[in-house]
Design a protein. Structure first.
Lengths: 222, 256, 225
């Protein structure tokens, strides 16, 4: 009886958890937006850049990929307390963005390098500048090719956004903990939280697959 | 007449909507070398694959000596051990050296002692002229060398019959000769062989019988002499002359 | 500068203890992940019906949820079922289960990338399907899986830091403890970060060496860097 009652309490908390989903999605979307832009820029620098810029892109990717997200997250957070004030909400977004940018730069670099050299040569032969070649010939192909890998990385960002829990941001995971404490039903609560994440990642993966087939170029093999 | 080694009776095989084998029957006798020719898509490879059950025929019976070859039966492995198969694309095991490739069958399937198997493998490699490359991995061998190792691998199982599925068609022209040499030696040594190949030179020299397959059945068969010079059917004549032209046109003369 | 080095020397013993715990967690989790992941890969690749469905469900369920949820389910949730695990075993189990799903997919990818003719040639020699998998497919797949697997090692060492959230005294947690004593968060985190970077480069080098050692001429995946 008692168990049923508190089980009901968990179920009654679902709307509260769903509000957390809104925050989770906001964090994920903003982090992906920033991370993808930075990732593409780093990839372009890596492939077409030279000298110190290229070195920077390489070192950035190496270092960030060797650091746990939590370390980056706390660095930004404490940077806030010491130098400029970064609210927890933005600290997690920035941390996720900086982190995923390193991985995405590798994804986009791979995609760019997989486009045959002849494409760029043909663009240059037409009189395009290198930049025109990159932006109107190489990237449109490379970005399509990167979609499945990007989608995979995006679900990682979605899942990693749960680490905002560590800073007390009231996204889905943190709210899950509140519900668990209030109802004394950690098992049920975290199963519900897990299912919500599962639905989110599943829906995202499915819709990205649809995007991929929508923008596919007929006859061009991946 | 010698005793039959392999009997194929009324075999049918369909892939999706395409009927590839349409009631094919064929008997191969001990010590005989049968070369199978025919237009692409007539089921030459499918026939070989059906024989050792890498492909499941829809109906019909196949016998190795007196044993019926049946799927799902415990004797399948036993039967396959007695049928050597050489593939068009070699399929050497990439992670094993040439010697290990030849020894792995005796060791794992026949449970032969390792030292003995290695000794046997070395002998088989010598037989195909590949002893020098025993320690090399497949990726370090040329196509012709790979195929010779693949032949040794099949021989190591001491098969009653060898099936060759277009053994030279993935090879550069200059590498074909060495593989055909090995096959001729085998034929001379009395091995029963079934060879899908359009190497007319080999067929003329080594075959006891040529089987012309068309449209999923045996259209005509006979001695090389008869099939090359005096075929009964017009289609056979056309096909032979087409192959001869192709061979003369784009392949090394030496081969013919 | 000297002052920074001195600070590092003063906190190193604590951080080192944490590093040892992090590495223990990683090793335990990777091993558990391997032990569960490889059978899952085989079930998903070669299994039929319910066996395959189970493997797919397991893998997708784990890959679809955050590690922290899995960790909390095991550490806080399982006691509801009467299963109580200490912090460190709970962390190893959670990290290991998480890793198993990813490892399963790496193994599956490697198995699927082996040419079909390999299994066919093995069967033509008279090997059973099991023998072909065991002696021909897996030895090749296990070599091909090394590069993605080494990435998993690096991921795992990084992700052990999540165990800090259930107060396992690993590297990250030690760092936080030091911060609350010295009030030098950025400097402390800097050194924590340096340790991760150095340790991970060493691990990457070791894995690279192993890969070279096991390499077969002309047969390896191009390593993505």
């Amino acid at each position: 009886m008692g168990i049923n009652l508190s089980a009901n309490k968990v179920l009654a908390s679902i709307p509260y958890l769903l509000e957390g989903v809104g925050i989770t999605l906001k964090i994920t979307a903003l982090a992906l937006l920033l991370g993808t832009l930075l990732g593409i820029v780093l990839a372009i620098i890596r492939v077409y850049g030279s000298g110190v810029f290229r070195q920077f892109a390489i070192v950035y990717s190496r270092l960030i990929r060797s650091l746990p997200l939590l370390v980056i997250l706390f660095m930004l957070y404490f940077l806030g307390s010491e130098i400029i004030d970064i609210p927890a909400f933005w600290a997690i977004i920035l941390a996720l963005a900086l982190h995923t940018a390193a991985y995405q730069s590798e994804i986009f670099r791979g995609a760019i390098q997989s486009i045959s050299k002849g494409q760029m040569e043909a663009a240059l032969a037409l009189g395009m500048s290198k930049y025109q070649g990159i932006f109107s010939v190489i990237l449109p192909q490379a970005l399509r090719r990167a979609i499945p890998y990007w989608a995979n990385e995006a679900t990682i960002v979605l899942k990693d956004s749960s680490l905002a829990y560590a800073l007390g941001v009231t996204e889905l995971m943190r709210r899950g903990e509140y519900v668990s404490a209030r109802t004394s039903q950690p098992l049920l609560t975290y199963i519900v939280v897990g299912l919500i994440y599962l639905i989110l990642t599943y829906a995202f993966t499915k819709s990205m697959a649809r995007v991929e087939s929508k923008v596919r170029i007929p006859g061009l093999e991946r | 007449m010698a005793k039959p080694i392999l009997r194929v009776e009324n075999v049918y095989k369909k892939f999706k909507d395409t009927e590839v084998l349409k009631g094919l029957s064929l008997t191969v006798y001990e010590g005989e070398v049968v070369v199978i020719i025919g237009p692409s898509g007539t089921g030459k490879s499918t026939l070989l694959r059906c024989i050792n059950r890498l492909t499941e025929p829809d109906s019909g019976d196949i016998y190795l000596e007196e044993q019926k070859i049946e799927p799902g039966k415990s004797n399948l492995s036993y039967i396959r051990q007695q049928i050597g198969m050489v593939f068009q694309d070699f399929n050497l095991f990439n992670h094993l050296t040439a010697l290990q490739n030849v020894a792995v069958g005796p060791i794992k399937v026949k449970k032969m002692e390792k030292n003995k198997a290695m000794e046997l493998a070395m002998k088989e490699l010598e037989r195909v002229g590949m002893a020098e490359k025993a320690g090399n991995y497949p990726a370090e061998l040329s196509g012709g060398q790979k195929q010779r190792v693949a032949i040794a691998r099949a021989l190591a199982m001491d098969p009653k019959i060898m099936l060759f599925d277009e053994p030279t068609s993935a090879l550069d022209p200059e590498l074909i000769g060495e593989v055909l040499e090995v096959m001729k030696d085998l034929a001379n040594a009395g091995m029963t062989m079934m060879v899908v190949s359009h190497e007319m030179g080999f067929a003329r020299e080594a075959a006891d019988r040529i089987v012309f397959l068309e449209d999923g059945v045996v259209a005509e068969m006979g001695s090389p002499e008869k099939i090359f010079n005096n075929p009964e059917k017009e289609r056979t004549r056309e096909f032979i002359s087409k192959i001869a032209r192709l061979n003369n046109g784009c392949k090394d003369q030496e081969v013919l | 500068m000297v002052e920074h080095i001195e600070y590092f020397i003063s906190i190193w013993p604590e951080l080192f203890k944490g590093l040892v715990v992090s590495l223990q967690l990683s090793a335990g989790a990777l091993l558990l992940g391997l032990v569960i992941g490889l059978p899952m890969a085989l079930m998903r690749t070669y299994g039929k019906g319910i066996v395959k469905a189970l493997a797919v469900a397991y893998i997708e369920l784990i890959r679809g949820t955050p590690m922290i949820v899995q960790l909390f389910l095991i550490y806080y949730g399982l006691p509801d079922l009467g299963i109580l695990l200490d912090r460190i075993p709970a962390a190893i189990v959670a990290l290991g289960i998480n890793s198993s799903a990813y490892q399963a997919e790496y193994f599956r990818g490697a198995i699927l990338s082996i040419d079909e003719g390999q299994g066919m040639a093995a069967q033509a020699l008279g090997m059973t399907k099991q023998q072909a998998i065991l002696y021909i497919i897996l030895p090749q797949a296990l070599r091909l899986v090394i590069p993605p697997w080494s990435n998993e090692v690096i991921y795992m060492v990084k992700y052990t830091s999540v165990a800090f959230l259930i107060a396992v005294p690993e590297l990250m947690a030690r760092g936080k403890m030091i911060i609350s004593e010295t009030f030098k968060p950025l400097e402390t985190l800097f050194w924590v970060g340096v340790i991760y970077i150095v340790v991970l480069s060493i691990i990457a080098k070791i894995v690279d060496l192993i890969e070279r050692k096991l390499a077969i001429p002309g047969f390896q995946m191009i390593r993505e860097d």
